[in-house]
Write a protein that binds this ligand. Structure first.
Ligand code: 0K2
Ligand code: SF4
Length: 316
């Protein structure tokens, strides 16, 4: 039987960002340096495949520092941690390595600097997300006010509207965040924002590529995990940019082939925590069913790299 033709648009950039690449390397190098087990507080990045592969190498994933023994190294995930976490590890004299993405750490420093200058902080982010918990946890409990949506701006209670600043999660929707920032600036004209956006280059570039790709596609799949904020934002961006069927899949076995019946064009991208091997698996699943022509939709080139912490570059 001949296969139906399908144009498969592949977004670029897609998949791993520099912060994810570094975080995974940190776990691998820590296991090499100190041997197994190495504990990791929270999923190093939000991807089951990555976590399972590291577990096979000797990583043990836990949610809290209290779940780690004193005498084994512990790594903090790419999303960042409240200040109390490294402080508790230091108090217990544990070996710890912080895999927080440098672009998240930059936001932490920003929040601290504004607070030192006497400004009250507002964080734009998702309640309960580890990055939001980590960034809000740079300052004492109750010091940072959380705003999740435009509607929250009207009700947020500030100490002094003349002395305010905001920071954001790095993985938000660029467009939704611009609306929230506009609402904050309308209510609090003196509010101070970041010099350059807190939403990172990888989030911005992946959303831009989806915006360029989505109008050409009958359907779009984002490879990524349900708990991955940046991946879920790509699904929303695709739907808003004109692709009515925009879905998240963890891997090829999640694809709902019946829903794709009759499509002629398909878009594929991946969140910053999704490995290329899973993207290839999805592409291969399409090749098995369709006569596929792949076309790249490239809107930016990336060459960002982050060094691993010095302790891992030194011999044991
Ligand atoms: O997008 P999320 O913040 O949920 O995180 P991941 O899916 O693990 O992607 C890596 C980004 C980590 C920090 O920005
Ligand atoms: Fe860093 Fe951005 Fe990647 Fe998060 S998505 S790890 S902030 S580069």
């Amino acid at each position: 039987m001949t296969k139906p033709p399908l144009t498969l648009y592949l977004a670029a950039p897609r998949g791993f960002c520099a912060g994810v690449d570094r975080a995974i390397k940190i776990v691998e190098m820590a296991i090499q340096k100190w041997g197994a087990p190495v504990y990791v507080r929270h999923e190093i990045v939000h991807n089951k495949f990555v976590v399972d592969a590291l577990r096979d190498q000797g990583a043990v994933f836990v949610e809290e520092l209290d779940d780690c023994p004193d005498d084994r190294p512990v790594i903090f995930s790419a999303h960042g941690v409240p200040k109390a976490v490294p402080a508790a590890a230091a108090k217990r004299e544990m070996i710890y390595v912080d895999a927080t993405c440098p672009l998240v750490s930059k936001v932490h420093i920003e929040a601290q600097r504004h607070a030192d200058n006497g400004l009250q902080m507002i964080m734009i982010g998702h309640e309960g997300h580890p990055e939001t918990i980590g960034t809000m946890g740079q300052l004492p409990e109750g010091e940072v006010l959380l705003v999740e949506a435009v509607e929250d701006v009207a009700t947020v209670q500030v100490r002094d509207s003349a002395r305010l600043a905001f920071v954001t999660q790095t993985t938000l929707s660029v467009d939704d965040t611009a609306d929230i920032v506009a609402a904050l600036q309308a209510r609090f004209p003196a509010i101070i924002g970041p010099h350059k956006e807190d939403i990172c280059y990888a989030t911005t570039n992946r959303q831009e590529a989806v915006k360029a790709m989505a109008p050409k596609c009958d359907a779009m799949l984002v490879v990524g995990a349900p708990n991955s904020s940046n991946s879920r934002r790509l699904v929303e961006v695709g739907a808003r940019a004109g692709c009515s069927y925009s879905q998240l899949v963890q891997r090829a076995s999640d694809i709902d082939w019946r829903a794709l019946d009759g499509i002629r064009s398909m878009g594929i991208t991946a969140g910053a925590s999704a490995p290329e091997v899973l993207i290839n698996e999805v592409i291969d699943a399409f090749r098995a069913r369709y006569d596929v022509t792949v076309e790249m939709v490239e809107t930016a080139k990336e060459n960002v790299e982050f060094k691993v912490p010095r302790v891992l570059r030194e011999p044991a």
